[in-house]
Design a protein around this ligand. Sequence first.
Ligand SMILES: [Zn+2]
Length: 288
Amino acid sequence: MPVFPHRAAFSFDIEDWHHSELNPIADARPEESIVVRGTEAILDLLASHGWHSTFFVLGEIVREHPALIRRMVAEGHELACHGMSHRPLWKATPESFRAELREFRSVVEAALGHFPVAGFRAPTFSIDRSNPWALDVLRDEGYAYDSSIFPMKVKMYGTPGAPVGIYRPSREDLCRHDPDGRLVEFPVAIAELQGLRFPVGGGFYLRALPLTVFRAGLDFILLHRPFVLYLHPREVAPEARRQPLDPVNGFITYVNLHTVMAKLEHLFERYEWTTMREILTDEGWLPR
Ligand SMILES: [Zn+2]
């Protein structure tokens, strides 16, 4: 294992195959669900390497599969919030978002008893310049960090100009660092080279890029700062039902699903991994 000055975080957005914004579907049948099988495969792999991760779980999944959440927590992973039902925050109001966070808290309490949740990631990275109020709601509801601002423009989302490293979003401008800000932003991995930004944080990039290229991007970032990657259970469950999608969405959704587990094995051997909360604490962004 090469030695880097920072540790890395892997995060998993725990939702089912039909929650993807690219795959809207009304007739998903319960027997087609892959969320338990996919999450268990991820938990098994993490256990075999001895690493801890952050799990941004949908409240619906917490409610339907409390045993899965109890296993996650018992094995030392960080439980974080991905909203209740995967509705992007572009469709929310401050009041509905606050109600959603409170509902999430109550389903977590039903599964685990009183349990602190520090981190939030919006469905479809849906916090941007159009809804900075969402960060205020997170602050009010006691969240310590967010991972929803995607610092470049891609097809469905993005906030060009936002910092690529960890920062404290200012209340006036969510792209500006405020040293006194209470909420910390930990954006997913973007490699920056000569002013150009390359997304390398997500499952799509892990699947679509050759591993050597993906790894070079991560090595480069880790020399300067920690990074966080993200992946979904559906990406380790290639057998999940496939939809006839248009060519672009089909490519994004299905390319190279069969390569994911082997690539994860490789990454788990190459880097030192821990939870996002642990990194933020270690690097002085959150109090211990
Ligand atoms: Zn999601």
